[in-house]
Unconditional design. Sequence first.
Length: 325
Amino acid sequence: MIAVIALLVLAAAGSAAWGIFEVTFQRRRGLDKVLAPYTVGHMTEADARHHVAVTRELLQFSFLQSAVARVAELASRRGLLQLVERQLKQADLPLRPAEVIFFYVTGALIGGIVGGILGGPMWGVIVLAVIAVVPWIVVGNLAARRTRTFTEQLPETLQMLGSSLRSGFSLLQGLESVSRQIQGPLGKDMRHVVVEARLGRSLVSALEEVAQRVRSEDFSWVVTAIAIQREVGGNLAELLDIVAATMLARARLRREARTLTAEGRIGAIIISVMPIAIGLFVYAVNPSYIRPLFHTPAGELLFYGSICLGVLGILWIRKVVRFEV
């Protein structure tokens, strides 16, 4: 009976979260359509009517807006709101940090309660910990992947920009030309820089904001070089070629270091997978042999302690085989 109630609660909470999530993204799509005349297209009359309908639908969720605002206020006091905003910008996720924190906290609490009802307090804590950690890992991986792609595209972009400058283009014209030819995160960010510069913002300031958002040390060098050149003068095309050559050399060193540390990284993967594989094999062959790990206090202590030690070992190996170039 308890399991049925827990499943019903989980289904209801999931349905409510999905509905709120859909309404939130409809609002985001409506905002994109409102801003469309300033970007690539224009809103049609049907789109405008749809936007009005979405706005009216959102007014019905005043209690949700109040809850999100309260969570945002508390998170801002602790500095969490700014941290989440930086992570979302770096990962290029079109989400509002206040809403992300609200859904994050709500999902973790619901998951912990349902896990506690179904499996006991210990499983409730485990489910709560997993739901609390997994989103950070996913967003962090997306942000790191975007930064890595951005950095890999940078040398080619600098070479193209140097060629444009030697052809007689200005820096802004060169950035516009490069943004049309380069796809991926770098081209998208350069298009934003060009738009902001045309609206009156300082070009160096727009580039510095991109460097802070992407967290690319290489691009920070480029912005510093451009800022110095605009103040003291000099051959910017030649300077960009030198920076691009330096970045290519660093990228080559990174690949060599990654090759030399491949054995250590494979060892970390094996260490993390083998205990789980051996445990599943023993449980499939002789369940009574491994059952005390889950039904006795000493077994549970050894089980969870081994998990913690395994995670620490993996983190230590990852730190050992990681080099800064």
